[in-house]
Structure formats: structure tokens, C-alpha cells
Write a protein that binds this ligand. Structure first.
Ligand code: MN
Length: 498
């Protein structure tokens, strides 16, 4: 363990030369003392767990406070430490982070009806929205616990894996932390759906192999062509992670036909600048013809609501096989892998005075974590909703579910929950638009107002000449709180004036 701890300090100094190593060493001593004699079910000393958690957070370039809190995160709950000791030895900030993590740990979202856990959830959401480091810590904790899940009883394994898929994966996704999301997905998959997992592993093997051979050929040609354009690039194959492959295979339009999965191994091109992204796109299309209609998504010009940026194109690769190519800068790559953690590390290092050169090469962006739409939304709910049950429902059904990205005809992106309808879309755009709906077009075709929107669709609301006001029937299918409460508000007002 001591060698592992040394490695941790080396890792930290690598990205943060000003880190307070004395405090971190002090925390490590404290942790070993607090967990004296305790072992994990794997047989390892308990302190190896907080050490692993801290290592993951160092991988995300977190600050000294977060690292110290990571080391201490189980010392109150599972070890012999008291909160007062932590406050005294390590300060309020560290104690607050440890508190936050403990609250999340006590929380069980699945099948919970108890007022107490709802109250906990409220606290957790508030703590999260105030300080995202609590979420990063909890995600790192969950990651290591999932990696060591095999030592638990079968019941516990399944329970934890389901909770991971239902709560922590959507959380990571909403924070744009693509790598963590994929890791958690694949760690939970074999425990929640063991038969499908085995089936998929066997069936997918030859397809992965063949796709990788195609990609290898393309990689060589693309690197040569790019060097002629004086573009330095990294090109590699990105294997689709198993859980997302499984989800895709179940789509009715795919129906387990592996030949329809164009990104089972995608080709990823990483370059220095946005203009080199466009050069690379031209180069790729010069070598391999783009597939008409389904081809191009420019998430650089139009980032996804969780901040994801890249250009995706589908081309006819060797042998006429369709291959997806993803093009992005190094900075975009960092953001796609680490999401909010990258943003956070950036804003932090900025206040510590890191040079702009470091920021450009490393992690960073101009957008701030607090601007993430869902964090703002959580804070608004917290203010708005007084009833705990209602709050839990709102959170479970709106924030922690997979979302749909819906486009306006002008190209604005709206982030709506699964099951959202054109009515939800209209109210998301503007309350006044909601009041004057007379019909809706999706991808240019008229649809009924209770139509369930899918990601990527373009929705156009047909307005009535004079404000008709919403219909009480819309309440039967409106999927967002926002639409439902606006409709109710309007109907009540109309009732009064009659
Ligand atoms: Mn833990």
C-alpha cells in the first residue's frame, strides 16, 4: 500500500505542483489509523479502498481538498473517526465533502418511500449543486466498489449494479463524463443481465475483429493523407462499449443485425485545432465517400446539451462497409472523457494561476460548471418544491433519466426527458409558444400533439393566429413538470376569469 500511496503523490504533483503533500500524507496516516484492523471482503486492508478512490480523482486532476476528502471519505461511517476530528485536523471544506458523500451512500433511490431517504436526497442534490466535487467523489467511490463487486453476495451484487445503472450512470452522463459512464455501464451489465451479457460477448467477437481490421487499413491511409496536409493527428479505433452496443442492438430498426451497427469500432481522429477538424473531414471524405443523408453530424457547430463536441461522419470504408469517423480536438477529447470534471479542474487551476498554455494543452473550456443546465434546474426545483415526495418524483423522472435532444427549426437544442411530446417542446421554448399551439411538425411531417419525440428530431410548432390557450387534455400526455405546471396555471386563471 505504501508504494501505491507514493504513486498517488507522484501522480498529483504531475498535474498540480502546488499540491499540499504534507496534508495528503497526514490524511493517509489518519486513514490507516481510523481503519486499523479492518479488511474489505476482498481480504485487502480497508485503507486500500480510499486510496484507490483518491487515485481515480487524481486521474481527473482534482485539487488537494478533494484528494484529502477522498482518503477520509469512509473514516466516519466505517472507521473510528469523528467529524470533529476531521474538522480540526483538515478543516471545514474537507469535512463538508466527507459529509456529502456519506449522505449519498446512505441513500437508496430504488423502491424508496421513506421520508428520511427523501430528505437525504434533497440534501444530496443541494450539496451536489453547490459543490460538484461531492459527485466526483461519489462516482470514484462507486467505480471502485463496482470493480470489486465480485466479493459481495449475489443479492448485493445485483442491487448495487441496478442502482449503478439507474442512478450513477445517468449522473455521469448528465455531467458529460463519458469514460466513467462507459466504465460503470460495463461493470454493472454482467450482474444485471447475465444471460444477455454472455450472449453478446460471444456474438460480437467476430464483428469486433473484422471491424478492427478495416479500421487498421483506413488508419494508415488517413495518417498519410493528413501528413500531406501538414496536420499532426492521432488516429485510433474506438471500440463501442458492450452495454451501449447491447442497447443499440435492441432498437427495432437494428433488431440484432450487427451489420447495421456502423460504430462497433469507430475511427477517431484527434487534431490540434477546430480548423484542422474541418481539414481532416475533407481528407476523410476525399478518401472515402460519405454515406448520403445519414452521414454528417456537426456537434462542434452545435454541441449536445451536455457539452459534447465532435464531428461525426459515416463513410463507405474498405469493401463498401459503412464506418463511423469521429473528429475532434485534444481539448474536446478531454472534455468528452471527463466532462464536468475537466471543466471543474480548469476553472480551479485558473484561479491558481496556471498558464494559458497549460490550459490549452490540458483541460479546459470557457464554460463553467454552474452553467450546466441540469444543475441550474436542480437549484430551481429546490427553491420551488416544498414537498419532499414531489421533489423526489421530479428528480427521479426528469433529471436522472436518459434525455432526448430535440432541435428547433433554427437549430437550437432542447434537452427533454424520454416521453416528451411537442407540447413539452413548445413550453421548453417559451410559455407563449405553449399557449398558441395549433399543431406540430416533426421532421417536416404533421404529427399529433401526444407524439413521443425521439432524439435528433426537428420539431416545428404551428401557431394559431390568436392565442387559443392550452387544452386540459394535454395534461394527460405532457411529460415535463414545466409544461404541466404552466398548463395548470393557465387553466386556473381562465377558470377564475369566467
Ligand atoms: Mn467508499
Amino acid at each position: 500500500m505504501e508504494k501505491e500511496f507514493k504513486n498517488l503523490t507522484v501522480l498529483i504533483v504531475g498535474y498540480n505542483p502546488d499540491a499540499d503533500l504534507n496534508l495528503i500524507k497526514k490524511a493517509w496516516k489518519f486513514v490507516k489509523l481510523a481503519h486499523t484492523g479492518q479488511k474489505r471482503l476482498s481480504g485487502e486492508p480497508f485503507a486500500s479502498h480510499p486510496l484507490e478512490v483518491a487515485k481515480r480523482l487524481a486521474g481527473w486532476h482534482m485539487d488537494t481538498t478533494t484528494i484529502v476528502a477522498a482518503l477520509l471519505h469512509d473514516t466516519i461511517e466505517d472507521g473510528g473517526a469523528k467529524r470533529e476530528d476531521i474538522v480540526q485536523e483538515f478543516g471545514d471544506d474537507v469535512a463538508r465533502l466527507v459529509d456529502g458523500v456519506t449522505k449519498v451512500t446512505e441513500l437508496r433511490l430504488i423502491g424508496t418511500h421513506k421520508q428520511a431517504s427523501v430528505e437525504n436526497l434533497r440534501k444530496m442534490i443541494l450539496a451536489m449543486a453547490k459543490d460538484l466535487r461531492v459527485v466526483f467523489l461519489k462516482l470514484a467511490d462507486r467505480l471502485h466498489n463496482m470493480e470489486t463487486l465480485s466479493y459481495l453476495s449475489p443479492e448485493k451484487q445485483k442491487e448495487n449494479a441496478i442502482e449503478t445503472l439507474e442512478v450513477y450512470v445517468p449522473l455521469a452522463e448528465r455531467l458529460g463524463m463519458g469514460r466513467v459512464k462507459a466504465q460503470l455501464d460495463d461493470l454493472a451489465f454482467p450482474y444485471v443481465y447475465p444471460d444477455d451479457y454472455k450472449k453478446l460477448v460471444n456474438l460480437s467477437k467476430p464483428y469486433f475483429k473484422r471491424a478492427e481490421e478495416h479500421i487498421k487499413k483506413m488508419k494508415r491511409k488517413i495518417l498519410v493523407a493528413l501528413s500531406k496536409e501538414n496536420v499532426k493527428a492521432e488516429v485510433h479505433g474506438r471500440k463501442k462499449h458492450l452495454y451501449s452496443l447491447w442497447i443499440k442492438l435492441q432498437r427495432p430498426d437494428i433488431d440484432w443485425d450487427f451489420d447495421k451497427i456502423y460504430d462497433i469500432v469507430a475511427l477517431r481522429i484527434i487534431v490540434g485545432t477546430v480548423s484542422q477538424c474541418h481539414t481532416a473531414l475533407g481528407t476523410v471524405h476525399g478518401l472515402y465517400k460519405p454515406v448520403p443523408h445519414v452521414g454528417l453530424s456537426d456537434f462542434i457547430a452545435q454541441p449536445k446539451p451536455n457539452g459534447y463536441r465532435s464531428i461525426h461522419t459515416k463513410v463507405f470504408g474498405p469493401g463498401g462497409r459503412i464506418v463511423e469517423v469521429q473528429i475532434r480536438t485534444f481539448l474536446m477529447h478531454e472534455e468528452a472523457e471527463y466532462g464536468a470534471a475537466a471543466h471543474w479542474a480548469y476553472s480551479e487551476s485558473k484561479s491558481l494561476g496556471a498558464s494559458s498554455e497549460v490550459l490549452e494543452k490540458g483541460r479546459g473550456t470557457t464554460s463553467k460548471v454552474s452553467k450546466l443546465p441540469w444543475v441550474k434546474q436542480l437549484l430551481e426545483w429546490q427553491k420551488e418544491i416544498s414537498d419532499s415526495e414531489e421533489f423526489l418524483k421530479a428528480v427521479k423522472f426528469d433529471a436522472l433519466r436518459h434525455r432526448n435532444f430535440i432541435f428547433s427549426p433554427l437549430g437550437d437544442v432542447y434537452d427533454l426527458p424520454v416521453g416528451a411530446t411537442p407540447v413539452d417542446f413548445a413550453y421548453a421554448v417559451h410559455t407563449d409558444l405553449g399557449k398558441s399551439i395549433s399543431g406540430a411538425k416533426v421532421d417536416g411531417k404533421m404529427v399529433p400533439l401526444d407524439y413521443k419525440l425521439k432524439s435528433g428530431q426537428v420539431v416545428e410548432i404551428i401557431k394559431s393566429k390568436n392565442e387559443k390557450g392550452p387544452s386540459v387534455k394535454w395534461l394527460n400526455f405532457a411529460a415535463t413538470r414545466q409544461a404541466a405546471s404552466e398548463i395548470n396555471k393557465y387553466l386556473r386563471k381562465r377558470e377564475k376569469t369566467r
